[in-house]
Design a protein around this ligand. Structure first.
Ligand code: HEM
Ligand code: HEM
Length: 177
């Protein structure tokens, strides 16, 4: 393949673990909120919340790794504006993987609901704090469209680099550089 700097194993593993889980939890959230009917809706919502917490754990690990390792080396000589957009997109995606589970957690917990990991109760139901629940709900819902747009841009850029520019960007994230 191309002569680009290889990515570390943790970068690759964390990217695909978070990517697959995030897309799954995201799709599940839309299905549960907009299409599922009770009583199955409550079971699926429990899975959505539990898997959302799993995303949070991996996203924190990834953030720590990214800070330790620094930004990814470029695969080719990109114009400055493309580098800026790539860094901005990656930053926003990292933020989304933290902000979505955190806002979901805040919306539920401040809304007076217990926090469980599948059958296991982590935090019992507290008093409601309506303003905080509203803030969490605002972030959780208003981010949806923004995330769809950024993700579409991210995947399109990866495909363009791989198949049009042929700089091996996607292969590199698949560990094949
Ligand atoms: C099918 C879906 C996806 C594909 C094909 C894909 C592809 C890629 C590729 C090729 C890179 C390397 C870019 C470079 O070398 O500069 C990358 C980096 C990155 N991707 Fe994705 N990605 C996908 C989904 C996601 C998702 C769902 C997220 C987060 C919500 C995400 C977040 C990131 C971030 C933050 C980086 C920067 C590098 C890092 O911190 O690991 N990606 N992606
Ligand atoms: C990666 C993590 C997460 C992602 C990507 C995500 C994404 C979503 C999405 C896309 C929706 C549908 C919103 C809409 O249709 O406007 C949703 C709904 C919801 N999410 Fe999450 N979520 C995550 C984590 C969590 C967590 C950790 C909790 C709580 C502990 C949670 C609680 C909820 C609730 C209660 C709803 C339903 C809101 C309603 O009925 O309108 N989410 N989520």
């Amino acid at each position: 393949m191309s002569k680009v700097a290889a990515l570390s194993k943790p970068t690759i593993l964390l990217h695909w673990t978070v990517a697959i889980l995030f897309i799954g939890v995201f799709a599940m959230g839309i299905y549960v909120a907009d299409f599922a009917e009770p009583p199955a809706k409550f079971t699926y919502m429990g899975w959505h919340k539990s898997m959302g917490l799993v995303v949070l754990v991996f996203a924190i690990a990834r953030l720590i790794w990214r800070i330790k390792e620094g930004a990814l080396p470029a695969t080719s000589d990109m114009p400055k504006w493309q580098t800026v957009i790539a860094h901005l997109t990656h930053g926003l995606l990292l933020l989304a993987t933290l902000a979505m589970p955190l806002s979901g957690f805040i919306m539920s917990y401040a809304g007076g609901r217990a926090i469980s990991f599948f059958e296991f109760e982590l935090l019992s139901a507290p008093e409601k704090t309506p303003w905080l629940a509203d803030a969490g709900s605002f972030v959780h819902h208003s981010s949806v469209l923004i995330i769809v747009v950024i993700l579409a841009l991210h995947v399109a850029a990866a495909l363009k680099h791989q198949f049009v520019d042929k700089d091996g960007m996607l292969s590199r994230m698949l560990g094949k550089s």
